[in-house]
Design a binder for this molecule. Structure first.
Ligand code: A2P
Length: 291
């Protein structure tokens, strides 16, 4: 079964579940993307300039048996490309690497701390949208105060905000704020992350998939812990991009639309939120920012 579509505030539809490729080499990404499209009916791939694998993603799509236009492709503007001119150059570099003339969604990867530069980047994002190089534009890792900068500015609102979100970091306040403004939330590290050790200064190892409550629900439903966690995201209406380079897991992760968690399971998972990140807090991120 393929993933259902969700309509963004841009009027464009996005498949609710896609393949994440962070920490995949270009070769791994090429293989995973082709397999996901041809063998597991994925129609949504999420990459970023900073992942260093846009070329592999592009090759994976080109080698699959469907048209480019049938696959929803997201990429992201890296921190060093903030600012008007740099952003316009960055999209062209990404499009060349991907081997395509548009992306379905172009995202600012991190807000950084410089409001004025960020607003100039958003000016460029609007131009990228107007030029047809992206069919929707959005952001990642924006807290409500960053979103408020764009709301106060007027103009195009982000179609999505892609943030760290999983049962240990449920982002309730941000979800409510985004819903009020018609901004869809996408969950990154939806399974709790790729890292065995966490990568932010205050982050902890991923313990979502070994959580006893998740395990308990998985046994009850005859599903894997990853499938239970993905069903939780889906029931909350979130867009979700689990990463895997393993064929069995790629298949398993999209095989989640034929069952649902009940209210009791949802309540048990709601109680697991301890605010624990596997990544960095957006207010602490300035990696690669221009001077
Ligand atoms: P791998 O690529 O080796 O399969 P995220 O939460 O960022 O999507 O990260 C998911 C992490 O969990 C990755 O390290 C991935 O590793 C692993 N993973 C992905 N799908 C599954 C699954 N179905 N069961 C167990 N681990 C998974």
């Amino acid at each position: 079964m393929s993933a259902p579509l969700i309509e963004l505030n841009s009027g464009i539809e996005i498949p609710q579940l896609g393949l994440g490729v962070w920490q995949s080499t270009p070769e791994e990404a090429q293989r995973a993307v082709r397999f996901a499209i041809d063998e597991a009916r994925y129609r949504h791939i999420d990459t970023a300039a900073a992942y260093g694998n846009e070329s592999g993603v592009g090759e994976g799509i080109a080698s699959a048996s469907v048209l480019r236009t049938e696959v929803f492709v997201t990429t992201k503007l890296w921190n060093s490309d903030h600012g008007y001119d740099r952003a316009l150059a960055a999209i062209d570099t990404s499009l060349r690497a991907l081997g395509t003339d548009y992306v379905d969604l172009y995202l600012i990867h991190w807000p950084l701390q410089d409001r004025d530069r960020l607003l100039r980047t958003w000016d460029a994002m609007e131009k990228i949208l107007a030029d047809g190089k992206a069919h929707s534009i959005g952001v990642c890792n924006f807290e409500p105060h960053h979103l408020q900068w764009l709301i106060d500015r007027g103009g195009v609102l982000p179609a999505v905000d892609q943030v760290e979100l999983h049962p240990h970091l449920q982002q309730r306040e941000l979800r409510e704020f985004a819903a009020e403004h018609g901004i869809a939330i996408e969950s990154w590290s939806p399974l709790g992350g790729t890292s065995g050790s966490g990568w932010g200064p205050n982050s902890k190892p991923n313990t979502v998939l070994s959580d006893p409550t998740i395990g308990d629900i998985a046994i009850k439903l005859g599903r894997s812990p990853a499938q239970v966690v993905l069903a939780w995201h889906i029931k909350l209406g979130l867009i979700v991009i689990p990463k895997s380079v393993h064929e069995d897991r790629i298949k398993q992760n999209i095989d989640v639309f034929d069952f649902e968690l009940d209210d009791e399971d949802m309540a048990r998972i709601a109680a697991l939120d301890d605010g624990q990140r596997v990544g960095i807090h957006p207010d602490e991120m300035n990696l690669g920012a221009p001077d």
